[in-house]
Write a protein that binds this ligand. Sequence first.
Ligand SMILES: *Cc1c(COP(=O)(O)O)cnc(C)c1O
Length: 371
Amino acid sequence: MIPFLDLKNINQQYREELIASCTRVIDSGWYIGGNELEQFEQNFANYCGVKFAIGVANGLDALILTLRAWKELGKLQDGDEVIVPSNTYIASILAITANNLTPVLVEPDINTYNLDPKKIEAAITPKTKVILPVHLYGQLAAMSEIMRLAKKHNLLVLEDSAQSHGAQIDYKKAGNWGDASGFSFYPGKNLGALGDAGAITTNDAELAQMLKALRNYGSHEKYKNLFVGVNSRLDEIQAAMLDVKLKHLDVEVNHRRTIAKMYLEGIKNSELILPLSDIDASQYDQHVWHLFVIRSKNREELQQYLSENGVQTLIHYPIPPHKQQAYKEWNDLNYPISEKIHDEVMSLPIGPTMSLEDVKKVIQLCNCFKV
Ligand SMILES: *Cc1c(COP(=O)(O)O)cnc(C)c1O
């Protein structure tokens, strides 16, 4: 069986380092809000090229708390509109509605699966206050165009970088384009903890201060609460685990790029649409290949065929947000590009410990697939 992602093998590579770090935390007697968190926040901020990283409990909280912080700072109010891609993972949208803000779904580009800048401007109204681009599957959204539009219309930009640690355009990384960026360190993400964790990156000192209060009961100073905050902290053990894994992230991403290049060069089957099909090859190395997503009109058959031949695949994602029961009020709306994507996408195995032999097997199977 070729697994979709072998988390056990991935973490096994760093077993000794992880155990040493874990032991250090256990022996320190200090488990929340200490040196481990501070060090990881500094190292992750440096990695992204920004001034501040603020650790929180998970990626969803990173997005929720950033929007909440902007409300506390008077930059947003209830009912303001947030532009978000219609094909994103549900978390990006939950963060908006959790703050009594209004999501405005905008269709993605069918080739990149990211927000189509041409469609953003048409969606802007006097109530629009934020663009929330999602760097889906490991590739940055068209950030130069998005930042130009944001400047022109005086909008805030919150990147959802949960799938794109280290992805870049012109050497500027995810997390360093918008006013702020939310990251997830869920175990299966490119930079994954051994449990839940997340962070916000920003160059805005005022926002960073507000986020540090909001994640800790709304308190900058013990027992003094200026805001109605939450408990959303990144604990010392997870910060220590992440600091170990951050050191190896670029090597892992390079292996993902090697696999992606093999798939892109090796898979030749007119039934399958490969990623970046319409895009300049120089962009391959800007992508961090969190997922290698192909499309097929016969996805169910393809998935079954690969499964029968020992290859595990996943669908990211089977149901678009506007068709979810949680958002019943949108169920009758039409987002044809998004619906097409959700009907056709399938993710092939890719990961930092996948063997090149296994990659070749997957390529061969894909090339032999017939309807
Ligand atoms: C994983 C993910 C999140 C949420 O992260 P959690 O840590 O699971 O809360 C948000 N947005 C996107 C695009 C994601 O892939």
